[in-house]
Write a new protein. Sequence first.
Lengths: 323, 293, 344
Amino acid sequence: MSALLLEVRDLRTHFFTRAGVVKAVDGVSFTMERGQVLGLVGESGSGKSVTGFSLLGLVDPPGRIVGGSIRLDGEELVGMPLDELRRLRGRRIAMVFQDPMMTLNPVLTVGAQMTLAIRAHEKVTGVAARERAASVLTRVGIPDAAARLDAYPHEFSGGMRQRVAIAIAMTHSPGLIVADEPTTALDVSIQAQILHEMRELSRESGTALVWISHDLATVSSVAERIMVMYAGRLVEEGPTATVLRDPRHPYTRGLLDSLPATARPGQELRQVPGNTPSLLALPPGCPFAPRCVRASERCVEDPEHRVDAVRAFRCHHPLERAA
Amino acid sequence: MSEAATPLGRFWADFKDSPVAVVALVVVVAIVVLAIGAPWISPQNPYDLGGLSLLDARRPPGHIGTGGYVHWLGTDAQGRDLLSAILYGLLISVQIGFMAGCVALAVGASLGVIAAYAGGLIETLIMRIVDLQLSFPAILLALVLVALLGQGKAQLVTALVAAQYAYFARTAYGAATTERRKDYIEAATATPLSRTRVIFRHLLPNCMPPLIVVATVQIANSISLEATLSFLGLGLPVTEPSLGMLISNGFVYMMSGRYWISVYPGIALIVLIVAINLVGDQIRDQLNPRLRR
Amino acid sequence: MSTAFLTLDGISKRFDPRLTLGDRIAARFGATVEDRPVRAVTEVSLTINPGETLGLVGESGCGKSTLGRIVAGILPPTAGTVTIDGEPVLHNGRKVTTRVQTVFQDPFASLDPRMRIGDTVAEGPIAHGLVTKANAADYVRGWLQRVGLEPDFADRYPHQFSGGQRQRVAIARALAMQPDLLVCDEPVASLDVSIQAQIINLFLELRRDLGITCLFISHDLGVVRHVSDRVAIMYLGRIVEVGSTEQIYRDPKHPYTRALLDSVPRLVLEDDALVEFNAITGEIPSPLAPPPGCTFHPRCPLAVDACRRDVPALMADGTDRLVACHVRAMERNAAATTALEEGR
């Protein structure tokens, strides 16, 4: 097996609404290696979640993948028949949502749901499936797992429910898990527990993670590589620490400056002016230009991908690299 | 911004997208205009007993009567021109339907919203009475009330309002219990604004969408209730023939081949009720967040 | 404290389950009905000094929002009083002062969707005679401009604005009432990072220019540190620690405060850094059945017998700081004794 797990090329997912075509994901390309943790950050409307959903073919009408390719282990997912895609989901690629109730069925016990998930892809007896379920639950840090199999989702706390959702995603040790804001709805103390556990699980089982979040701090503590999205496009991509320490794209810089942690308490934050743009009325060229202090006339043309030693970015006027 | 600015403007923009609903709305408006214009456009005044001639009784559609004009839809047993009778009947139906609907809306919505906002004893009291009333069929209640109050427009409207306000109260209560928990109500309470202001300026307007849906259905319902009561001879006096009474009058001649006396008023009634319901359906679809595109 | 501007004295809030008529009848005949009250806030006493911003921090379900609503006069407390300058905020369960105003978390829910924003901002000031109907339009335009919006936006409806702009409208509505105290309940939690920074800056600017006192409620420790002069930490309905922002973030005394601060993910800027999480073990107990004694003891690494038995009182720990912890109190006593013995 080669190290390359996922190859996304020029992915375009558009939503055909009555008000016009929303280009939620517009030409996103990246690759992932086995076992890698990739952080995908951006604000609302940046297309980070839609990118995640596109990887699993979970885009609902009026949305549609209109172009590009997604290759998982060399196998093309775009245009794959739905039943083949279903066989893939859960076994080789799985998803964890912000709201665990997206995965969990409120009227079935956790054990029943997990055995269903196991037997969907493997021919095993009910008893064996139950044992597997209990061991997976133990792995995600649920105490007394065997007994908890007979509990319903509402009997779990928010953090425990998210653990169950993670356990279901982990059941078949898929090569890739897409986690969409998995800790955003949780309290800080629970978030820290889950961050820690997911990183460990990924390391132990060699599962690659796409960690989608708006929170730079959580991403920086789990992801080796980071991708920053703005208005449906990747604006910067590279090793997490390098990008966050020394961003080249003005938007990445702006995001970092917006964090209270980067300023002295009580001092004014260096804010990004303006509002997040409407995807229906994007300016020509670089979508960030209207909010960018470095913008010039050149920015009405699409900036091309540029690379330095370790990362890629899309900007006509990138920030200088710190020495 | 291509979007219309006001909530009403946006609503109309969505409404235009359904051709069926637009046609239904046109039909409703046309019927209302025809009904209101009845005294001027109908060939005959069916209430003017002096203008009727028994020679014209029970004539088929297309007959040229003693008045010298064509009875396009035929005549009834008293020699009334059916087209005129239907137009006048529609006027009565529309009047009573809208009046009953609007009064029931005002009374029911206020009670429901007050119950939801006040809570406690007031809530229990209002809503239990409403529940009790909803457990009886509306027609039964209307029948009893009309029998007690006697005949006449005002009495009929009163009976219909009493029979129907409970539906509005239930709907308003349901909407208001959801709305009152929202932050903008808390914001108004925290300003502080007076209770009346919070209820009638903030809570009630935001409960209107489901109420408008119920209102369209209930207007159609009160029209058919009125027709039913008149058909049973409990509605309006014989001198003011409403659609129900026309149908009832022609009923005995159905089997003798003189179908038109019952059928044409019946068709008018059905078209009106169906059109109102189609408009109501579209409004409901538009206001249902789950069906929104 | 004589300088105190806002005083919370022994505030408790219990939510009793609402029994329906059927439940009550069933209970009369001996059926078991779920009637355990939720103790959202228990015996909270706090003061805020004039011009000060007090940050109120805690995780979900700790009662911080309930406390905020009590201060804002939206909820009457079960026990205790809230006074501003000695004047009660509530009288007979109804809010009687306009001196406290509120900014809510979700700007999509806190503005009446059927009202033009100009009317939303003008409504309160007109109702309370702060401005005449005739002058309201200019008054509103002034405030919209003050919060960084175009004055002409007054004729628009909330759906025509983005989240950040709506939050500006909500701030204008609160300020137009010319309050002395602003209760901000998670005002930036539902906004994007770049918009969050804009609103925080606006808040800092307005506070500086208008000298408003503020209760700033948030679960985001970074934001609270940035805007607050003092911070109060809440856990399961009680205040566990209060002190100046600098003190609390530099040297937290309560084990819960320390654990909370340790849980916050930090920006990692070193290559290949192995980030350690010092996560608190266990879950937040249900406020339906809070543990006896110190409510934090089941998760506390330092817990001793006294913690399982007695509720610790908020006691002074150094200057200007209050901590509710038995272990800390014992350490303090021991230190004092040692000092005394050494002095002898």
